[in-house]
Design a protein. Structure first.
Ligand code: HEM
Ligand SMILES: [Cu+2]
Lengths: 539, 293
């Protein structure tokens, strides 16, 4: 590889450990690599694969719901699809995508040579494909895969057949992977920043990941505990969730959601970070309110630990609990509002252009906010008694997760693809992908609000006739959205294979260390840490 | 935490290993272990489980050997050392949260679920009225269904108190060993470590005695309702962690005998000691909330 800047010549001169030779070739390179860019790529490929597998399951669901009546699949299989779709998308598509982005970007953004613990980084990744092999294999077992919902509530989930231990143990593997990945990210951010890269000069993507990693380490072990108790209740005669033995099935919900609510922020904080990188670039203005963004992220993380009860308003909590969780949940809207305000203020009077990453980022701001608003409606405990377990909840979390988290991942992919591949992606196709996705996603999820308010329950394969029209519209949107993702696949493949060569900094308004290295980014970057000055950091 | 405290690392000083076979071996090992474990639970033979565990053990030995060799070769800069410190601290934090889930279950069962079931809580009287109007037991209990049959409660005095003493002393001996290491006194280091390891395994042995007594003479089992569940899961996971910690300290003892550590450079020892203090603290929680109150 040829270094293009003086800074990089210094890297090679001063370098003496001999990891400069080209990486080994073939499969072994990927199996044994310790390079953050290789590992980041593998995470992203895994994520995309899981996105399509989970997407296929979603299309089975929407195809069945296209018309009332049982059409295509057995109800039992339908339930397996809803359960597996959620598990695959959450743990297989969204989380690995963010970890992949973290791997690629954090070392470059803080001026580090690699992740702090490169071998462990490889392990974190390679656990994942095996975990998903275990999880997906359950679909082919006697009795099929898990069908009690991704939340695994007992006693229903305890009725799962042979699949049960596979599901639990695959969740353990994902947990191990996430915790190791998070430890690595924290160590990298706290210990490998280049001189002058103070905490308050870090790009927001790095900040949001620092806090996300903290959340991961705090809650993944709690999920591990919860599912371990399920396992022992089923196979070893414990009574954690069995009232006859003095336990309580509702206790599972408390433990699960103590993990579960921070988990949803694990899936959105890195998205906030991405959007906070992209909007300033294409508005050609520094991010409005950098410090307030950092504090808002931290407050969201803190609050996320004390709101879990909003998933349980209807289980029969004491009144004081209902009120506490209601008000605490509403509080989250404040820092979230700060963020939305800052993004809009960043764009205010900017000289904006609308390349694909920016389109996705703007759509994120608008559509995520819709999800935030429906969240606020759900946070009102008495109102939630009506909404709970209806399609309104489905609409809510899909707005925050699809045009929220997933759009941010798309935005990130378009934004950094030139850096990763050294080629510009096809802008026309990118925009086509954006418009199909943005239109499709709204046709898909907006009607679900109405369905939910009208009383259609979630997780059912059949429904009453009055829900027919909106379901049909929603299913049409699903197929538009689903198939548009093939455009994305095509754009990525095309961009990897060729295209207009990308300069080191393909976006005029971009700032940050990753744009100071050539495109594609050399295998090793910043082996000599760059010096960061105040002026560079806040431009 | 400001970057000015970093010694600006000189060119290439942060050691990035090229590539390593151990992680993928570990992934395969974990996969086979998990598959084997699930098969076992589904009533199949444990062969696969043992194979997976064997691979994992080989992986750990190989990987740690690799790290030790690199450390001895002087590849680890002070900055690298700090990465290890952050890594270990956050790992211990994750373990704390794992135990927190089980302590949470204990507190929830005692302070919410039971008072609802036995009618002593005013907040949800109907649970008692409708489900088990005759159930009036307090903690410790195996619930209204008397799951697992009548059992005896494990009191705090006797073995558990002795074990507390043992574990606390082992915390002291490991610190004494550390002082020896800092002074460059290898004899003190090795003696202190040997004492710690001995006390650690003694603790585990006494736990085993306690368990067998519980099963054979007290009818107290994992299946003894919520009391048995929380008792055995908490103490069991703790015991497993003590075992792991004692194995870590054994390795440190062997490395001390081999002269690996210097007063300046001995993070592996400290990591093991941190871990040991962590299991110590967890035990105090167990002693107070599981055995005593
Ligand atoms: C302003 C912020 C938010 C508020 C006030 C909020 C509130 C709520 C409430 C009250 C529920 C429970 C509804 C019910 O089951 O009756 C819920 C469900 C859910 N939320 Fe949010 N939410 C917010 C943001 C988010 C974000 C950012 C995500 C993910 C990225 C998210 C993901 C979910 C998911 C996945 C569920 C459903 C879980 C399930 O039952 O399967 N939410 N939200
Ligand atoms: Cu929530």
């Amino acid at each position: 590889m040829t270094a293009t800047t003086a800074g990089h010549d210094a890297v090679h001169d001063g370098h003496d450990h001999g990891h400069e030779h080209a990486p080994p070739r073939g499969l072994w390179r990927w199996l044994s690599t310790t390079n953050h860019k290789d590992i980041g790529t593998m995470y992203l490929v895994l994520s995309l694969t899981m996105f399509f597998i989970g997407g296929a399951m979603a299309l089975v669901i929407r195809a069945e719901l296209f018309r009332p009546g049982l059409q295509l699949v057995e109800p039992m299989f339908f339930n397996q699809m809803t359960t597996m779709h959620a598990l695959v998308m959450i743990f297989g598509a969204v989380m690995p995508a963010f970890v992949g982005l973290a791997n690629w970007l954090i070392p470059m953004m803080v001026g580090a040579p690699d992740m702090a613990l490169p071998r462990m980084n490889n392990w974190s990744f390679w656990i994942m494909p095996f975990a998903f092999a275990l999880l997906l294999s359950t679909l082919f077992m006697d009795g099929g895969g898990p069908a009690g919902g991704w939340t695994l509530y007992p006693p229903l989930s305890l009725q799962t057949g042979a699949a049960f231990p596979f599901v639990i143990l695959s969740i353990h593997m994902m947990g191990v992977s996430s915790v190791m990945g998070a430890i690595n990210i924290i160590a990298t951010i706290l210990n490998l920043r280049a001189p002058g890269m103070t905490l308050m000069r870090m790009p927001l993507f790095v900040w949001t990941w620092l806090i996300t990693a903290y959340l991961l380490i705090a809650v993944m072990p709690v999920l591990a505990g919860a599912v371990t108790m399920l396992l022992t209740d089923k196979y070893f005669g414990t009574s954690f969730f069995n009232a006859a033995g003095g336990g309580d099935p509702v206790m599972f919900q408390h433990i699960f959601w103590f993990f579960g609510h921070p988990e949803v922020y694990i899936m959105i904080l890195p998205a906030f970070g991405i959007v906070s990188q992209i909007i300033p670039t294409f508005a050609r203005k520094p991010l409005f309110g950098y410090a307030s963004m950092v504090y808002a992220t931290a407050s969201i993380a803190f609050l996320s630990f004390i709101v879990w009860g909003h998933h349980m308003f209807t289980v029969g909590m004491p009144l004081a609990g209902e009120l506490f969780f209601m008000y605490a949940t509403m509080l989250i809207a404040v820092p979230t509002g700060v963020k939305v305000f800052n993004w809009i203020s960043t764009m205010w009077r900017g000289s904006m252009t609308f390349e694909t990453p920016m389109l996705f980022a703007i759509a994120f701001v608008v559509l995520f906010t819709i999800g935030g608003f429906s969240g606020l409606m759900l946070a009102i405990a008495p109102a939630d008694f009506q909404y709970q377990d209806t399609y309104f909840v489905v609409a809510h979390f899909h707005y925050v997760l699809v045009p929220g988290a997933v759009f941010s991942i798309m935005a990130a992919a378009y934004y950094w693809l030139p850096k990763w591949t050294g080629h510009m992606y096809d802008e026309k196709l990118g925009r086509l992908h954006f418009w199909c996705s943005a239109i499709g996603v709204n046709i898909l999820f907006f009607p679900q609000h109405f369905l939910g308010l009208a009383g259609m329950p979630r997780r059912i394969p059949d429904y009453a006739l009055q829900f027919a029209e909106f379901n049909m519209i929603s299913s049409i949107g699903a197929f538009i959205f689903g198939f548009s993702q093939l455009i994305f696949l095509w754009v990525v493949i095309k961009c990897v294979r060729g295209g207009e060569p990308a300069p080191a900094k393909p976006w005029e308004g971009a700032h940050g260390l990753e744009w100071t290295v050539p495109s594609p980014a050399p295998h090793h970057t910043f082996q000599t840490p760059p010096q960061i000055t105040e002026a560079e950091a806040h431009s | 935490m400001s970057t000015t405290t970093h010694d600006a690392p000189s060119a290439g000083s942060y050691y990035v290993p090229h590539s390593s076979p151990w992680p993928i071996i570990g992934s395969v090992g974990l996969f086979v272990t998990m598959m084997g474990g699930a098969n076992l639970l589904n009533g199949h033979a444990p062969t696969l489980l043992y194979c997976g565990l064997a691979v994992l053990i080989v992986m750990m030995i190989g990987w740690f050997n690799n790290v030790i060799r690199e450390s001895q070769a002087g590849l680890y800069s002070p900055q690298m050392d700090r990465s290890f410190r952050w890594g270990m601290s956050w790992f211990i934090f994750s373990e704390v949260m794992f135990f927190a889930a089980f302590f949470g279950a204990l507190f929830y069962a005692r302070d919410y679920a039971l008072p609802w079931l036995d009618g002593t809580s005013a907040s949800k009287p109907m649970t008692h009225e409708l489900l088990w109007p005759t159930f009036e037991e307090r903690w410790p209990t195996n619930g209204p269904g008397r799951v697992g049959g009548t059992f005896e409660v494990m009191g705090p005095w006797g073995l558990p108190a002795l074990n507390t003493l043992i574990l606390l002393s082992s915390g002291a001996t490991v610190t004494w060993a550390h002082w020896g290491l800092l002074k460059g006194n290898r004899r003190q280091l090795c003696l202190g470590l040997a004492a710690t390891v001995g006390l650690g395994f003694l603790f585990v042995a006494l736990q085993a005695v306690e368990y067998s007594h519980a099963y054979q003479h007290m009818n107290l089992t994992l299946g003894s309702g919520i009391y048995g569940s929380t008792f055995f899961m908490l103490t069991g996971f703790h015991g497993a962690h003590v075992t792991i910690g004692a194995i870590m300290l054994t390795v440190m003892l062997l490395r001390s005998l081999a002269g690996h550590f210097t007063p300046e450079h001995h993070f592996a020892f400290e990591a093991a000691a941190w871990y040991w203090h962590f299991v110590d603290v967890v035990w105090l929680g167990l002693f107070v909330f599981v055995y005593w109150f």
